[in-house]
Design a binder for this molecule. Structure first.
Ligand SMILES: [Zn+2]
Length: 194
């Protein structure tokens, strides 16, 4: 078993073999972790929010749900979830998120930059990073379709487990956006189980 820590406002890339389980842990509580996955053998196959919503008839993913690729293959199955609230609608926070929404002019770390950096060694270009599976991100949907970001429901020690259904390259972050993390940046821990 491998256990590692992703420091606040950073990210990491790694391979996950078919049959292995990835456990993503929120060690301190109220911390989002963006996940992106690509086929290890063909990076043109990627984790698709749209396909996953299509085939599960939900925007709220939890244990028992399969997450699909753009080619409609199952990439990951959620096998355990102690929180029950994640987001698959929002793109990873980016430099532009902070200039357009937060009106910040200073450089700001972002999940998009952290994923781009972490996935570059695997030959994945920034423009290939679509909507991420945003673990522990708490998005509320109002009648009429308005979406709003609330503090995560995760407490210290909460986790989600995803089983790889094909060989994958995975990017994973400790999210950098103020609102998504109740205005405190914490680490994310992850384990890989055979
Ligand atoms: Zn983020």
């Amino acid at each position: 078993m491998i256990r590692r820590r992703i420091e606040p406002q950073s990210g990491i890339g790694f391979e996950l073999r078919r049959g292995q389980t990835l456990r993503v842990i929120d060690p301190l509580g109220e911390q989002v972790s963006d996940l992106m996955a690509f086929g290890r053998d063909d990076r043109a196959e990627w984790l698709s929010s749209g396909r996953s919503i299509d085939y599960n008839d939900t925007i709220c993913f939890t244990a028992g749900h399969a997450l699909y690729s753009n080619r409609s293959n199952v990439m990951l199955t959620i096998v355990r979830d102690t929180v029950g609230r994640h987001d698959f609608l929002y793109t990873p926070c980016s430099r532009e998120t902070f200039t357009l929404i937060y009106k910040q002019t200073e450089p700001h770390p972002s999940c998009f930059d952290n994923l781009s950096r972490s996935l570059a060694p695997f030959g994945i270009a920034p423009d290939s990073i679509p909507t991420t599976f945003n673990i522990f991100m708490n998005v509320e949907l109002a009648d009429g379709g308005r979406v709003s970001v609330k503090p995560p429901r995760s407490r210290a020690g909460d986790c989600i487990e995803l089983r790889a259904e094909m060989d994958l390259v995975v990017g994973l972050t400790a999210c950098s956006a103020e609102m998504s993390n109740n205005y405190r940046f914490k680490p994310i821990d992850y384990e890989i189980h055979d």
